[in-house]
Design a binder for this molecule. Sequence first.
Ligand code: ZN
Ligand code: ZN
Length: 280
Amino acid sequence: MELTLQNEASGQTAANRGGQAGVTLLGSGSRGNALVVHGERGSLLIDAGFSLKQTLTRMQECGIDIDTVGAILVSHEHGDHVRGVGVVSRRMRVPVFCNRAAAGAIRERGLDGRGAINIFSAGGSFDFDEFRVTPFSVPHDARDTVGFSIDIGSFRIGVATDLGHATQPVLHHLRECDILVVESNHDPAMLRNSRRPWPVKQRINGRHGHLSNEDCMQLLQKVVAPRTRHVIMAHASEECNRYELVGDLAGQCLESMGRADVAVGIGRQDRPLPTCFVGG
Ligand SMILES: [Zn+2]
Ligand SMILES: [Zn+2]
């Protein structure tokens, strides 16, 4: 696997466990989401919300060989997560994994590219190559949205990018992660003052919408563990948030927890983040 190691972790605990795992956020926001989870031998793409061209360009920019990608996991059927799923899976010749509800929605919209879709159920785990994947239910206004916790050897990566609030099961699955990818969607005041129609504001702010910055910081306080080395803030709204604000809040939050050592990445819509690794 050819990768550009731009942001290696120096964590003792991780290094002592041997092996390597990592995450490249290719881009995140309401116009498209995709990230790559790296193992020792291969990788998984989580969500395919960009066009084929954008997906390939961003992967190339990050030094990721598409031949290393073994499968695409889909969190839910919203367009910003599945727009490219058919074309990308066809081009990469890899299977798609999602739950039954998302598969139905993807097929109805003709986004499956006539490829095979493998069905998983939230709450159970399945193995794919070196990855043990555990999809878990999150409250969001799609048919059946999931987050993922992914074990690679002794490393764990947690991903929850679209959720209205953090339930106990969500907190459970995001604890004990070496790398966390969590949503910090909006600043409540910016959302209130935005020109979005009232029902949209209510939807975003609701229990099945998106996590505000404050919600996200509360989530971090509950789930950041001694082993956590990287936190990636995802799905920030371009209209109702500022990347700098998210970075400041996350920095303050981690400092208040005595965890200023945790590296913070702010996911952006328009470009990928450098790959972050643990171990190796
Ligand atoms: Zn969504
Ligand atoms: Zn989304």
